[in-house]
Design a protein around this ligand. Structure first.
Ligand code: GTP
Ligand code: MG
Length: 553
């Protein structure tokens, strides 16, 4: 099978380019530098989008010969790469070398003939492979995993780690989006773009949020942005002489109403014609109107918005921060998991802190280190050139886009120290009078009485954590203090083989229990195997019940 794939592969693929361009950055080596992108955000997005347009999603029979499957598809042209995954059945993601191959495959594809129901004809790139006769007996297909590790496995890995730094890097490695999962996210956007293109032929559906900002965990939602800029701007280039041609259009009283109308028809379209789109909800009265649905085949919970350019810019800013230093993502993943394990965050909207706010808090904390690990947004603005200039709805969103122009930090603090200091810092932060502001990288007086005030980096008069209640903030502070205390205890360090206690990061991920101090002081002489066995057993108990909710959605 490898042989076939190699034969069919194009030389110098985008994937190879990406690997070549991924350079280590930052001053501390963690072994995960290869995951840190050095490409410009727009470059990365365009390449991935182009890849996705050459890709098809195929629902396969359980018993299939991979060799024959690839040979059958390669009639339509060489295949660049492929992978299989399971989600209520077996699926294949197949990326051709050339876009024409997709058209050729579609031309040889038929609309199913159903006995009891009627198919709504729709030629998409989401296909189903049927076996004419059940000849393939054996299936030895390797599926790519799209799910985060179980808590049991995670705990085991954390307990075996060498140090707290090692634990945080392990957590990052286990939870971060894989290459395959990222491909599936771009492919899903591309499939939705095909549907939206029925109305808006020049539209682009772009992923944003944690799917692209380097902070996404396996299982996180897929935020999509329907970009109609091309449709809007086409007319501006076509002037000649004394004449100006404009499209005849319908007018509505506001931008918000236009957004609602567009999303309403796209929502209907997804609901009626979108293969694999289920549970479509139009949430048009929200502050940021959206269409929410499940893309069954990929397993993603999708939120589609439009007219939301600032969110895409925020994603790019976070992408830059995530790429600047290898410690940033490890710390953000650690804090996000910690918050989820203690129910500080939730998949349901409410008075809790969001992952977006938590990421801002980590960035702010890293800006406050001495010397700083991350630059302020204002200094990224200073590094910008004319090309980087960006004004969205009157807000100055300018910052440097070329990662290579930002000087790496000289700070060499370990992740262990940073984790402890994060809890210490926010366990003692004057939330009652100060606000968090990554633009200037320093505390400022709060402009209003919201319990938690984190300035929106681009719409600077807004607070991104306005929803957070005093009691949720207090819970965060209490847990931060408790976690700082746990990490300061001697027993939080990796115990010798003789202890069966969770230590370091594993200890702060467990729900708080009274008298934990005395619990952690008990030391028992046990073999390494016995220690793990006991730990696994303790996972079944109520004490770890909350922790089992670590997985996001
Ligand atoms: P997950 O929890 O992993 O989905 O993280 P996320 O960063 O994707 O968060 P979410 O899906 O809630 O939001 C998607 C994106 O919308 C974020 O990355 C931000 O760019 C933006 N966003 C979310 N919440 C806010 C907010 O309160 N204010 C602003 N300005 N942007 C927000
Ligand atoms: Mg999201």
């Amino acid at each position: 099978q490898r042989h076939i794939v190699r034969l069919l592969s194009c030389p110098g693929t985008v994937a190879e380019d990406l690997r070549r361009d991924e350079q280590p950055s930052g001053s501390v080596e963690t072994g995960f530098e290869d995951k840190i992108p050095r490409k410009r955000f727009s470059e990365m997005q365009n390449e991935r989008r182009e890849q996705a347009q050459r890709t098809v999603l195929i629902h396969c029979p359980e018993k299939i010969s991979e060799n024959k499957f690839l040979k059958y598809l390669s009639q339509h042209g060489p295949i660049n790469n492929h992978f299989f995954y399971e989600s209520f059945g077996l699926y294949a993601v197949v990326e051709f070398c050339r876009k024409e191959s997709v058209g050729s495959l579609q031309n040889g594809t038929q609309t199913p003939n159903m006995a009891m129901e009627t198919a709504i004809p729709f030629r998409s790139r989401f296909l189903s492979l049927k076996l004419k006769n059940q000849t393939s007996k054996q299936s030895c297909i390797q599926s790519s995993n799209q799910l985060p590790p179980s808590n049991r496995k995670l705990f085991e890995l954390l307990c075996y780690a060498e140090s707290i730094d090692d634990q945080l890097n392990t957590l990052l490695k286990e939870f971060q989006l894989t290459e395959e999962n990222t491909k599936l996210r771009y492919l899903t956007c591309s499939l939705i773009e095909d549907i939206a293109a029925a109305y808006f032929p020049d539209c682009v559906v772009r992923p944003f949020g944690s799917s692209v900002n380097t902070f996404g965990k396996l299982g996180c939602d897929l935020d999509m942005f329907l970009d109609l800029d091309e449709t809007r701007n086409l007319s501006t280039h076509k002037t000649s002489g004394n004449f100006l041609m404009e499209f005849q259009v319908k007018n509505v009283p506001s931008e918000r109403i236009a957004t609602q109308k567009i999303l309403s028809v796209i929502g209907e379209c997804l609901d009626h014609f979108g293969p694999g789109c289920v549970g479509v909800q139009k949430i048009l009265n929200a502050r940021c109107p959206l269409v929410r649905f499940s893309h069954q085949a990929s397993g993603f919970q999708c939120d589609l918005t439009t007219n939301n350019k600032i969110a895409l810019t925020s994603s790019e800013l976070l992408y830059i921060y995530g790429a600047l230093d290898s410690r940033v993502r490890a710390l953000v993943f650690g804090i996000r998991c910690w918050a989820r394990a203690h129910s500080l965050t939730s998949s349901i909207p409410g008075a809790w802190i969001t992952n977006f706010s938590l990421t801002m808090m980590v960035i702010f904390f890293l800006q406050r280190r001495s010397p700083p690990i991350l630059p302020t947004l204002d200094s990224l603005k200073t590094l910008a050139d004319a090309e980087d200039k960006c004004i969205i709805e009157g807000n100055n969103c300018t910052f440097v886009h070329d990662l290579n122009r930002i000087k790496p930090s000289g700070n060499t603090e370990t992740l262990e120290l940073l984790l402890k200091e994060f809890f210490e810092y926010f366990g003692n932060f004057a939330f009652n009078k100060n606000s968090i502001n990554i633009r200037q990288g320093r505390e400022q007086n709060k402009p209003d009485s919201s319990p938690l005030y984190i300035q929106n980096p681009f719409e600077t008069s807004l607070n991104i954590s306005k929803n957070v209640s005093q009691s949720q903030l207090q819970k965060f502070v209490d847990l931060a203090q408790e976690s700082a205390w746990i990490l300061q205890q001697e027993d939080a360090h990796r115990p010798s083989v003789s202890s069966n206690q969770p230590w370091g990061l594993a200890a702060v991920l467990l729900p708080s229990v009274p008298n934990r101090g005395s619990l952690t002081k008990k030391k028992r002489k046990r073999s390494a195997n016995e220690r793990v066995k006991n730990l696994l057993e303790s996972l079944k108990s109520n004490r770890t019940a909350n922790f089992t909710e670590t997985n996001e959605k």
